[in-house]
Ligand binder design. Structure first.
Ligand SMILES: [Zn+2]
Length: 390
């Protein structure tokens, strides 16, 4: 029995599963059902750590030959916020005026559906010509992208390695376009570093400062030095690195008390002119200089990386241009994605839907964009496997 696989219906079925991280709510079952219909062998890979809930993931592969072309993405979504603010309920996948509304419509259930339909059409076309797939198509779909990303792509890549599975090239389907489908392909991402600095002082009466130590003085001096630093003017493929202080906390409700501690959080988005270890050293040196007693906690979300423009980026750009009529900009802008883990395994490029409504109330995708994206993905498969250069 071969069930019909249709783009609007598959997008709707996925949106109807309220898969707010770490819940799966049946989303991977929907996807697995469609992929098994196409002949994919599916592996469900649930992972957990002591302090986290279990997160389910899916690796599916069609064919056993190489090259193995992998499509990566996630079925988890961010919470909808106050449901009363939505024009259409976030998990009902209502269609209105050519738009499908729902959490995950553009980030990124619609894109996953577009890839599944593209694969189906590509395979149909091969069988019409009595040809077989020369290589493999795989999907790496995680349920832990919008959360801590501890039990998702990173662990699936570990599992692939243990099981001798290799990926040759990867396309990530995150929303990459800003205004129109076709305007942007991502060929790398900036690195991201989060730091929390807590300067400790000695609490006391403001009228007797000699008997206290004000931690705010040290903290503000450190923050001022951090914020006045100029990193770089950007590099060939990366915009200027940037530091933002995201929170300053003292927890002092009194007007006559010097507080015992002062803390701040900050984030640095950095290009390939920087790396996390030199940035960490720089922050620690400033803390050593301006604070006697402090605690510094640095967490690295990912290093900056680049897939240099070449044969693989050309396949994706040409497919985008063929279908959308626009030659996309190759960019490294925006936040981090699962590509930061995959880049250690194989070249990775990202192209998906238009991100304008992602993570917002009334997230929606236009059906014409879904169809166009599916056309782009199909063209990528043709160019990749059949070496067709249209
Ligand atoms: Zn996403």
């Amino acid at each position: 029995m071969v069930a019909a696989i249709e783009i609007v219906e598959l997008t709707q079925s996925l949106i109807k599963c309220p898969s707010v991280t770490p819940a799966d709510a049946g989303a991977l079952d929907v996807l697995q059902g469609a992929l098994e219909t196409l002949g994919f062998v599916c592996y469900r890979l649930p992972f957990r750590e002591d302090n986290t809930g279990t997160v389910d993931n899916l690796y599916a592969r069609l064919g056993s030959g190489s090259p193995n072309f992998c499509y990566a993405g996630h079925t988890d979504v961010v919470p909808p916020g106050d449901i009363a603010d939505w024009s259409y309920a976030p998990f009902e996948a209502s269609v209105k005026d050519g738009l499908i509304y729902g959490r995950g419509a553009v980030d990124m259930k619609g894109a996953i559906a577009a890839f599944v339909v593209a694969t189906k059409k590509f395979l149909d076309c091969l069988s019409d010509d009595n040809r077989t797939l020369s290589g493999s198509i795989s999907l790496l779909i995680t349920g832990d992208e919008e959360g801590a990303a501890i039990n998702g792509t990173k662990k699936v890549l570990g599992w692939l390695h243990e099981h001798g599975e290799t990926l040759d090239h990867c396309l990530v389907g995150e929303p990459t376009n800003r205004a129109e489908l076709g305007d942007m392909v991502k060929i790398g991402r900036r690195g991201s570093l989060n730091a929390e600095i807590t300067v400790k002082g000695v609490q006391g009466h403001v009228a007797y400062p000699e008997a206290a130590t004000n931690p705010i003085r040290g903290l503000t001096t450190i923050l001022s030095a951090l914020q006045s630093h100029s990193f770089d003017d950007g590099t060939e493929n990366f915009q200027t690195s940037n530091l933002e202080v995201t929170s300053v906390d003292v927890g002092n409700e009194a007007t006559n008390v010097i507080p015992a501690y002062a803390s701040a959080r900050l984030n640095i988005r950095f290009g390939d002119g920087q790396d996390s270890s030199s940035l960490s050293h720089w922050i620690r040196n400033l803390c050593d200089t301006y604070a006697k007693d402090y605690n510094l906690d640095v967490r690295i979300s990912g290093e900056a990386f680049l897939t240099p423009p070449g044969a693989f980026t050309r396949i994706v750009s040409s497919a985008v241009e063929e279908v959308s009529g626009t030659m996309p900009t190759l960019s490294t802008s925006g936040g981090t994605s699962a590509a930061r883990f995959i880049k250690d395994i194989c070249p990775v490029v990202e192209f998906g839907l238009v991100g304008r409504t992602m993570h917002k109330v009334d997230e929606c995708v236009s059906i014409s964009d879904l169809e166009m994206l599916s056309g782009v993905y199909r063209s990528v498969l043709e160019r990749y496997f059949l070496k067709i250069n249209k």
